[in-house]
Design a protein. Structure first.
Length: 201
């Protein structure tokens, strides 16, 4: 019974917020699906420095290398004539695939985070206009109903926009922090590959 009551309250808030709530629902869906996919992408696998002690052994025997680090090592040292320039070029390609991909997703997420409160403000303006219509209608029940409805729409849409945007901001910070760590890990891995493969050159 409590769950049904809470669900009814959510439905009431959605309907009181007017048509802008549908746009906010679309923004929320796009924001959280994109952000969740990005978090999964950056946290998946072992592309971090936790297994750094194993990297030198993996570079000497790439078939033993594990996870995404293993895939990168095998690609970087693949071929009989491996040079420092070729390793550099291959790491540049991997940065283009990994880092640029995360950056593109971050642009989408930050745009949606900014769009949520702006869409909420659009509902606020609509609610204020309804309130003014109620004030212009003079006194009476109908006038008070318009004012109350407009005030609900103005408050609910602004609140919903902020509630959507705030968790999105934290997700952006998490993705950006992990993106920077991946970039640092790639740099460290490249350095260790060059040192291990060419230290006797």
């Amino acid at each position: 019974m409590i769950i049904l009551g809470d669900l009814q309250e959510v439905v009431d808030i959605f309907t009181d917020g007017g048509t802008v709530m549908a746009a906010l629902a679309v923004v929320a869906f796009l924001l959280y699906t994109t952000a969740s996919a990005s978090l999964y992408f950056v946290f998946r696998g072992n592309l971090n420095d936790r297994q750094q002690d194993c990297w030198a052994d993996w570079i000497r025997d790439p078939e033993k290398a594990e996870g995404r680090v293993g895939e990168i090592i095998r690609y970087a040292v693949h071929g009989k004539r491996v040079s420092i320039k070729r390793i550099q070029r291959r790491f540049d390609e991997m940065r283009e695939i990994l880092i640029a991909s995360v950056d593109r997703r971050l642009i989408i997420i930050t745009t949606l985070v900014a769009a949520a409160p702006m869409t909420g403000l659009l509902g606020t303006v609509g609610g204020m206009l309804d309130m003014f219509d109620g004030l212009a209608a003079g006194g009476g029940k109908q006038s008070m109903g318009l004012i109350a409805s407009g005030m609900k729409e103005a408050l609910f849409t602004t609140l919903t926009g902020l509630v959507i945007a705030l968790p999105g901001m934290f997700m952006v910070l998490l993705v950006r922090e992990r993106r920077n760590k991946i970039d640092v890990t790639l740099t460290q891995l490249q350095s260790i590959i060059v040192t291990t493969k060419f230290r006797h050159a």
